[in-house]
Ligand binder design. Structure first.
Ligand code: GDP
Ligand code: MN
Length: 387
């Protein structure tokens, strides 16, 4: 294979001379965490898991970017820095590098309610959600968060340095070892295989396979929260067919056909775990789509989530081959878990495969819908819509 040792400038003192000559250079990527100062206790366990299973290794060691609509206080910055530095030393082995940690404040124009929005008018939509006991029905900040995660996070100055990002939240669990432990030299790398090889890096894997969007769990949305979202999406994509992916899309993951045409089936990728190509979010098609949605003000009137927004966009703008489900990553965000099944995971995962949500029958999981799409030709349906 090709000798690439010289292409790991950030690896520092690691000596992997006995190791794989095939491992590609580290792509430009960051782990991004949106949170508040008060989330500190929920973040530390998430970071522990990430360091232990993935990011302490000298070949990964990706930058952490923390974002907040307020300033991160000194306590938060010091705690995160001290804690991560120790976790890195414990889990990363003798060639571990210092963690690269950046703290950013979100510009008000990416978070605040825009001046042209009549909030009192928008709040007339909230009562239905409150009556139906929908989570965060009466929260303005949650709506701001959803709008930020839909249309602004990728524009943050700290993210301009990066091509890929991995979204992480407080209180999530990563339960499978992804890279070898203690900074051990990897002995194999298979660019195609996404079963756990000796060395697996979701970022390198995305780059090697030209993926633009990756997820682990999917489920259905509360219909009351996304009223009118499909209407505005359909209107945009029908009027702007130039942005539609020329390849086979995953449109059928989100759309059902019935006598009135296409309707939203409420399926979405669960975006609290998301690894994506930021250049896709920064593309004209995505930005125009978001701006059209944002003009309606309905992020504030209903409670449009970033998950259905990202998913509907991916289903129209990306080819289905650019969308990938990582089935080899153990992940929990309450109340749902993804836990890989199979012999090869016995030694790598601490989760119980019985808790895996993907194929729970009668649940909100959209796994079967995805399986259908991943195995079907949805091109014909797109042509029909255009005609
Ligand atoms: P849920 O997963 O839908 O229940 O929502 P979360 O409460 O986990 O919020 C989603 C993400 O946004 C998490 O990373 C939170 O830390 C973050 N978040 C939510 N609201 C705010 C907020 O008002 N300010 C900041 N800085 N982060 C927030
Ligand atoms: Mn969450």
């Amino acid at each position: 294979g090709r000798q690439v040792r010289g292409e790991w400038p950030l690896v520092g003192k690691a000596d992997f001379s006995a190791s794989a000559t095939e491992i590609p250079p580290r792509p430009s990527a960051a782990i991004v965490i949106l949170c508040r100062n008060s989330d500190i206790n929920g973040i530390l366990p998430s970071l522990d898991d990430l360091e232990l299973t993935f990011n302490a290794h000298p070949l990964t060691s990706y930058t952490y970017v923390f974002l907040n609509n307020h300033d991160f206080n000194v306590h938060f910055r010091e705690k995160i820095t001290a804690y991560l530095t120790t976790a890195r030393a414990r889990f990363g082995g003798p060639s571990a590098s210092q963690p690269d940690i950046r703290f950013g404040q979100i510009p008000p124009e990416h978070w605040d309610v825009p001046g042209n929005i009549n909030l009192e008018k928008m709040k007339t939509g909230w009562s239905d959600l409150i009556k139906a006991n929908i989570p965060y029905a009466a929260s303005l900040s949650y709506r701001q968060m959803c709008r930020f995660q839909s249309g602004f996070f990728f524009r943050h100055p700290l993210l301009q340095d990066f091509k890929y990002y991995w979204r992480v939240e407080p209180d999530v669990k990563f339960s499978c070892n992804i890279v070898p432990s203690q900074g051990a030299a990897p002995t194999s790398w298979d660019a195609k295989a996404d079963g756990m090889g000796d060395f697996f890096d979701p970022f390198r894997w995305m780059a090697a396979n030209k993926k633009k969007y990756a997820w682990v769990l999917s489920l259905t949305e509360y219909p009351a929260t996304i009223r009118d979202l499909w209407l505005h999406s359909l209107r945009f994509f029908k009027a702007n067919t130039q942005y539609q992916s020329p390849g086979l899309t995953a449109l059928d993951f989100v759309a059902s056909r019935n006598r009135v045409g296409l309707s939203y089936n409420h399926c979405h990728f669960w975006t609290n775990f998301e690894i994506a190509d930021l250049d896709w979010y920064r593309s004209e098609g995505y930005i125009k789509f978001f701006e059209e949605l944002d003009r309606t003000g309905k992020f504030f009137k209903w409670r449009w989530g970033d998950a259905p927004v990202h998913s509907i966009a991916a289903a129209w703008l990306l080819s289905k081959d650019e969308i990938h489900q990582f089935t080899n990553i153990g992940y929990t965000h309450d109340p749902f878990t993804a836990c890989p099944r199979g012999e090869q995971y016995l030694s790598r995962c601490k989760c119980d495969p019985q808790t895996d949500f993907k194929y729970d029958s009668g649940s909100m999981s959209c796994q079967r819908q995805w399986d259908l799409v991943a195995g079907t030709d949805s091109k014909a349906k797109i042509l029909e819509i255009n005609n």
